[in-house]
Design a protein around this ligand. Sequence first.
Ligand SMILES: NC(=O)c1ccc[n+]([C@@H]2O[C@H](COP(=O)([O-])OP(=O)(O)OC[C@H]3O[C@@H](n4cnc5c(N)ncnc54)[C@H](O)[C@@H]3O)[C@@H](O)[C@H]2O)c1
Length: 252
Amino acid sequence: MLLREKVAIVTGAASGIGKAIARRFSEEGARVVLADLNGQVASLTAEECPGETLIVEGNVAEEDQVKGMIAQTIERFGRVDAVVNCAGVPMAFTPIEEVSEEQWERIMDVNVKSIYLTAKYCVPHMKQAGQGVIVNVCSIAGVRARPGLNAYCASKGAAIMLTKALAIELAPWRIRVNGINPGPADTPMLSKFMSGDKEKIEKETKEIFINSVPLGSLIQPDDIADAALYLCSGMARMVTGEIVNVDGGRGI
Ligand SMILES: NC(=O)c1ccc[n+]([C@@H]2O[C@H](COP(=O)([O-])OP(=O)(O)OC[C@H]3O[C@@H](n4cnc5c(N)ncnc54)[C@H](O)[C@@H]3O)[C@@H](O)[C@H]2O)c1
């Protein structure tokens, strides 16, 4: 029970990596706030969590909704020990001249601004407690660029640097801030990085991405959940500003 009595917010908890993190944290004794755009699907995650959960439906890119998410957490549990920013949006391979301003802004808002917003509203509680942990799910695409993933790579690069900036800023309060760079992971998001014929995408996505991973298989959501558990637990009490690649070697 590495997270006994802890209160953890996991964004993007309805699907993929966020779902696995929420379940794993619950198994380790945490009370978990399942935050997602889709509250109905998040309730399916809750059914897989052995411990107490709170579902908060909302958009992590909207200030009022993030403020409400932290307020509901405090109202229900009286504290927040950990925040895992996992909600994110992908992009299909798109030449830069075809990326709309709207698409660019949405990717930046969900993948980067959300980290600023959750910090803005949870850090005051963590400072008061003299402890806290933030884990940002970034991407190996934030350090190893790929053609046509321009906005996505930029957003994840920003998420990595924001992780380090917050780590150095918040260390005096013993608030630790770390990131995880997943490689290609076996979630509903994976095929959304591809463009072109739908049938072809369905058939070929996994094979294409598996071939890009030196260890020879896709990353499973539970692989990321294990890293998040470590970073949020006392085992990582002196780890901050670190970005852990869980990518099967793709970033080498
Ligand atoms: N799957 C991969 O190959 C991969 C690789 C590297 C990094 N990542 C990152 O991991 C994270 C999780 O990805 P996943 O593969 O589990 O994706 P997923 O699509 O399975 O799940 C993403 C979840 O985020 C939620 N979400 C999206 N926008 C939101 C918003 N504005 N507000 C609240 N919730 C929102 C969705 O509803 C969904 O439940 C993302 O940040 C992604 O960029 C994924």
